[in-house]
Design a protein around this ligand. Structure first.
Ligand code: HEC
Length: 207
């Protein structure tokens, strides 16, 4: 019995090295792309362009979300250049609208074509946001008390706007949608989402 811990340790090391070995793909390049394109024969016409990767997605896929430094910088620069800023220079909208937006998953699903209303942001699908909503996904970090933890600093308000507008401008191979650049949300809607995270009176920043 005394040897058991070592056996477990050895098994863990072996499993770890097996996982690393798996990283070398034997799938021919382009095979995944072709499979994705063929997988949605019933896709509405407007949806079809979304089945092709853009330059950033291609580079992130090719490098398994770990691009070399120069490529990472080029991605961030290119993505940042797509950001449009509010004409009035104000980043904070209405947090109540932001909360409704965070709860709303309408838009870009096959059944949502043709669109009958504005898209939602579906933030809760990936993030904890306010404490009141207990149903949320955990792919992204918790955003509870986001503004309070950052003292509502102006630089952070702008950074949140940029993150939501184009997540890849902050992290080259982000897993978060590019809401502004991909025209999922409007500038006004993004301001409302910023307000949800960065307003002192938003439920996100209450205890
Ligand atoms: C598909 C999942 C997904 C959705 C939907 C999503 N996010 Fe994210 N978000 C992430 C992930 C994953 C991260 C962590 C870093 C990354 O991959 O970009 C993140 C990071 C963030 C960050 C930066 C957090 C930090 O550590 O500073 C903010 C702010 C944010 N998201 C806000 C939002 C808002 C607001 C919405 C809704 C409009 C939203 N997210 C929708 C996945 C998502």
């Amino acid at each position: 019995m005394k040897k058991l811990p070592f056996v477990l340790f050895a098994a863990a090391v072996f499993a770890g090295s097996a996982a690393i070995a798996q990283q070398k793909s034997t799938v021919p390049p382009g095979a995944a792309d072709a499979a994705v394109k063929a997988a949605f024969p019933g896709a509405p016409e407007e949806f079809v362009p979304r089945l092709s990767q853009d330059e950033t997605m291609k580079q992130c896929s090719a490098t398994r979300n770990n691009p070399p430094k120069e490529m990472a910088e080029a991605i961030q620069k290119r993505e940042k250049a797509t950001i449009e800023y509010p004409a009035d220079g104000k980043f904070i909208g209405d947090w109540k609208k932001g909360e409704a937006l965070a709860q709303n998953g309408y838009g870009l699903r096959f059944t949502d074509y043709p669109a009958t209303r504005a898209n939602g942001g579906n933030c809760y699908a990936c993030h904890q946001v306010s404490k009141q909503e207990v149903s949320y996904g955990t792919l992204g970090p918790s955003l509870y008390q986001y503004g309070k933890l950052r003292d509502y600093k102006e630089a952070d308000v702008k950074a949140v706007y940029e993150k939501i507008y184009n997540s890849h401008s902050a992290l080259p191979c982000s897993n978060m949608p590019r809401f502004g650049t991909n025209k999922v949300l409007t500038i006004e809607q993004i301001k409302d989402a910023v307000a949800l995270l960065m307003s002192p009176d938003s439920p996100v920043n209450k205890d």
